[in-house]
Design a protein around this ligand. Structure first.
Ligand code: AMP
Length: 219
């Protein structure tokens, strides 16, 4: 399956926090969407670059769009890529944006209180959480949530959470403590493997533009 013909590239962007950080990188790379994706309800955007269009989609869907070839290339958080598995995607560039940490957190002492039984963990990162606790040899029962993970320990739904932490303000505001870093996270470029072969020159050019955009943003 392939969503765009040989002379066009489709770039999938993650909505939300990553989009906020991606738009300045695009601007620094000279790529301008036809209208501002943050204020528009459109899902597909043409750009000032002939043959480059943007999709703005839910962050956790970016690896799926790229792996099926519905987008040739995407910007996705490392958290989402680890959870997806990512083996069917190339990951040519760490954009160094939307940096945060994937952490365990909970009420003070939560890990010790549950030391004689399986730890109950609320998260949307089910696979990553399972792998982490298997690695450290701790039995867990995972409660899958889609948002507001911080609420789970406050209402007895879980002992701890696995979630992204940036400033730590959300944890603090809810009386929770960060425990352990599972992964340092940032947004990455990912490329469909077939597109990498079939549209090699266009993809290389876009990756290079992104590289320049990301380093001038970081400067
Ligand atoms: P903070 O209060 O700054 O620690 O941010 C924590 C909240 O923002 C949590 O609900 C996280 O899920 C979310 N968050 C933090 N960093 C990111 C990121 N890079 N991408 C997406 N969500 C994030």
């Amino acid at each position: 399956m392939n969503g765009s013909s040989d002379d066009t590239l489709t770039l999938a962007l993650s909505k939300g926090r990553i989009l906020e950080d991606t738009l300045p990188v695009l601007a620094a790379a000279g790529i301008e969407p036809e209208v501002d994706p943050e204020s528009s309800r459109k899902l597909v955007f043409e750009t000032n670059q002939p043959g480059l269009r943007l999709l703005v989609i839910r962050a956790s869907d970016v690896p799926t769009f790229v792996s099926y070839g519905a987008a040739d290339i995407g910007v996705a958080g490392k958290d989402v890529l680890i959870e997806h598995g990512g083996a069917d995607l190339y990951e040519p560039l760490d954009l160094g944006i939307a940096r945060c940490r994937l952490m365990t957190a909970g009420l003070p002492g939560a890990m010790d209180e549950a030391s004689h039984r399986p730890l109950r963990v609320a998260t949307k990162y089910v696979e990553t959480t399972r792998a982490h606790f298997a690695r450290i040899g701790r039995q867990v029962e995972i409660v899958k949530l889609y948002g507001s993970m911080e609420l789970a320990p406050l209402v007895g739904l879980a002992d701890v959470i696995v979630d992204l932490v940036d400033t730590g303000n959300t944890l603090r505001a809810n009386g929770l403590e960060p425990f352990e870093v599972i992964e340092d996270i940032s947004a990455r470029l990912v490329v469909n493997k077939a597109a990498q072969k079939m549209k090699h020159a266009a993809i290389e050019e876009l990756v290079e533009l992104f590289g320049r955009g990301a380093s001038s943003e970081a400067a």
